[in-house]
Design a protein around this ligand. Structure first.
Ligand SMILES: NC(=O)c1ccc[n+]([C@@H]2O[C@H](COP(=O)([O-])OP(=O)(O)OC[C@H]3O[C@@H](n4cnc5c(N)ncnc54)[C@H](OP(=O)(O)O)[C@@H]3O)[C@@H](O)[C@H]2O)c1
Length: 371
């Protein structure tokens, strides 16, 4: 089978670069064009990209960037890693003629747009046929979930198959790369920050606007990520809708000085009791089924969920199993609930949480004759 020809929009960004890493040696897909903003038109990837290109092949580094506004219909697949504000219009323009997989939120919440993690709700991919009919598109759009939703739903879906869930509370400790190339740049150049030792009242808005170092990313914790909590709530409900509806979910999303890997603590209250051992046993059943049904896709992990006897850690575990697994640890009963469990989970925000996750969906689409 000749390889499918792929273009990447947003190739100079954090998620775009991960598309490049995933696709440059891919057995089914081949990168033929890179697109970025108008300001980088004509520069090579090497000249324009401010992120490290370690591991990127020289022929890809030498590709000349095109202006995303000139995107044409000459590809088999388009990968989008644009800011959501510009993605809506551009992804729609592309989908009229070409299938699009996307890391952006532009289409995530539309009724006829499935939000797919193959191992959880792969069968919802058939909805794209309806999407094509509704919108009179030859192509389609398949976005991936937000990077923070991914670890939560992968660790939660097996529990949703075992017990009725009453409520879920999650707190995230999110990596700087989740905020894109500019935030990574800022973090790297900030260096070590002084400790604030004053006792005057702090007004965050004033201090952030002033660029006050006490609101730096480095050696700090930023307890607010715009729009993130709302996305996690909506997307978790959408992805698990075929298993359960109506459970309460809340979360608190926090940025921490870590380069890659979103760490989360999860508390899940169930209607009936469940032990950590039963959930761990069912994770294995879930892994076996995932392997049987999706293990042949080039981007699938060998085990979708890895259970550790210790707490997962970004530095140690973010790239485990090709960055495509949810790494779960400290599964314990909770003093707060009569029935329910708590655990910690880590997932790679750039791989399963962005580019490689949606490439796995494109691989699945190809096997279903949708590409
Ligand atoms: N980072 C993650 O972990 C992650 C995870 C899941 C989802 N996402 C989503 O993926 C998308 C990309 O995120 P990112 O972190 O990769 O962002 P990023 O590092 O800021 O990269 C943005 C890319 O879009 C291009 N771009 C920016 N403004 C543009 C404009 N006005 N017109 C055309 N192109 C423009 C940039 O090109 P130039 O270099 O030419 O400016 C760059 O290639 C976002 O929607 C984000 O929410 C990110």
């Amino acid at each position: 089978m000749p390889k499918k020809q792929v273009a990447i929009m947003g190739a100079t960004g954090a998620a775009g670069l991960e598309f490049i890493h995933t696709l440059q040696d891919h057995p089914w897909f081949e990168i033929v064009a890179l697109y970025a903003s108008e300001r980088n038109r004509g520069k090579t990837l090497e000249e324009a990209c401010r992120l490290s290109l370690e591991g990127v092949h020289q022929d890809i580094r030498n590709l000349q960037l095109r202006d995303v506004n000139d995107i044409s219909a000459s590809y088999d697949l388009i990968c989008s890693a644009l800011p959501s504000e510009v993605a809506r219009d551009l992804e729609e323009r592309c989908a009229v003629h070409t299938p699009v997989v996307s890391t952006t939120s532009a289409f995530r919440y539309e009724e006829d747009v499935p939000l797919i993690i193959p191992e959880i709700n792969g069968e919802t991919i058939e909805k794209v046929r309806q999407q094509q009919a509704n919108r009179n598109w030859k192509g389609w759009v398949l976005p991936g979930p937000n990077c923070t939703t991914v670890g939560l739903v992968l660790s939660l879906a097996p529990l949703a198959q075992l017990r009725r869930i009453e409520s879920v509370i999650m707190t995230s400790y999110q990596a700087v790369s989740g905020g894109g190339a500019e935030l990574l740049d800022l973090w790297r150049t900030q260096g070590t920050m002084p400790q604030y030792r004053g006792d005057q009242a702090i007004s965050p808005d004033t201090h952030i606007a002033r660029g006050d170092p006490f609101f730096a990313l480095n050696e700090n914790v930023i307890g607010y990520i715009s729009g993130e909590e709302q996305k996690v709530r909506k997307e978790t409900a959408k992805i698990l809708a075929h298993l359960q509806k109506g459970f309460k979910i809340d979360c608190s999303c926090v940025r921490v000085p870590v380069e890659v890997g979103h760490f989360e603590t999860v508390f899940a209250e169930t209607l009936e009791p469940i032990s950590p051992e039963e959930l761990v046993g069912f994770y294995e059943t879930f892994n076996d089924r995932s392997r049987r049904e999706f293990g042949f896709l080039p981007s699938s992990p060998s085990s979708c969920i890895h259970v550790l006897q210790r707490s997962p850690q970004p530095r140690l575990d973010a790239y485990l199993d090709g960055g495509m697994a949810a790494i779960v640890g400290r599964i314990e009963t909770s003093e707060a609930y009569t029935c329910g469990l708590k655990w910690q989970v880590l997932s790679n925000n750039l791989q399963r949480g962005a580019a490689k996750g949606v490439i796995q969906v494109a691989e699945y689409a190809l096997t279903r004759d949708l590409l």
